[in-house]
Design a binder for this molecule. Structure first.
Ligand SMILES: CC(C)(COP(=O)(O)OP(=O)(O)OC[C@H]1O[C@@H](n2cnc3c(N)ncnc32)[C@H](O)[C@@H]1OP(=O)(O)O)[C@@H](O)C(=O)NCCC(=O)NCCS
Length: 170
């Protein structure tokens, strides 16, 4: 298993994995398969690094036997009063590779890189309230539930609540 930053060269493989995540987990991700399916490939490439080691936004990929099987994204808030905070989003490991430690390795890699970003002291993420696996993974790194958004999503007539989880790096 290898974890590295994804670049625009990875865009097609990233698109395939991302669409799979959205299709297989419609109640976990706030974006939708139907929405991103229509995006031009360049839009996926736009998410991936222009500048390696960017401190504003990056996506790490997890590779098994050369195939992209997981990804995790990070961005830092831009406003001067909020730029001490970053956010982890779009965390996914392909179903057949779950439970092998890849998710844990991806979160560790993002945190290791985030700790090197000058001025960054806080990381946020959200997890749907019923996603026990994700919540216990994040809690094991010290993320704490700071609040709950009732009805954060409405999927096929079902409301889904979401926890905000926060990690203080200092
Ligand atoms: C959540 C997810 C990213 C975790 O990745 P993973 O590779 O399966 O997880 P790991 O094998 O690294 O396990 C990490 C931790 O998850 C937790 N975990 C794993 N399997 C679990 C299970 N069946 N029940 C509860 N917790 C579990 C444990 O805390 C585990 O820690 P450990 O290594 O000390 O046992 C992955 O399962 C996934 O993509 N799920 C679907 C999409 C999703 O939920 N994304 C997160 C959105 S917030």
């Amino acid at each position: 298993m290898q974890i590295r930053e994804l670049t625009k060269n990875d865009a097609l493989e990233y698109r395939t994995l991302r669409l799979r995540a959205l299709k297989e987990y419609p109640t976990i991700f706030s974006s939708s398969y139907e929405v991103e399916l229509d995006w031009p490939p360049a839009r996926f490439a736009d998410r991936l690094a222009e500048t390696p080691e960017s401190t504003d936004a990056f996506t790490l990929g997890c590779f098994a036997n050369g195939d992209l099987v997981g990804s995790i994204s990070f961005f830092r808030y831009e406003a001067p009063k909020e730029m001490h905070t970053g956010r982890i989003v779009a965390v996914h490991v392909a179903a057949e590779h779950q439970g092998s430690g890849y998710g844990r390795a991806m979160v560790a890699a993002v945190l290791e890189r985030a700790r090197r970003i000058p001025g960054l002291s806080t990381i946020q993420l959200t997890a749907t309230t019923t996603n026990e696996r994700a919540k216990s993974l994040y809690a094991s790194f010290g993320f704490e539930i700071c609040g709950t958004t009732p009805r954060a999503m409405l999927v096929e007539g079902e409301y889904i609540d979401e926890h905000l989880m926060v990690l203080k790096l200092d």
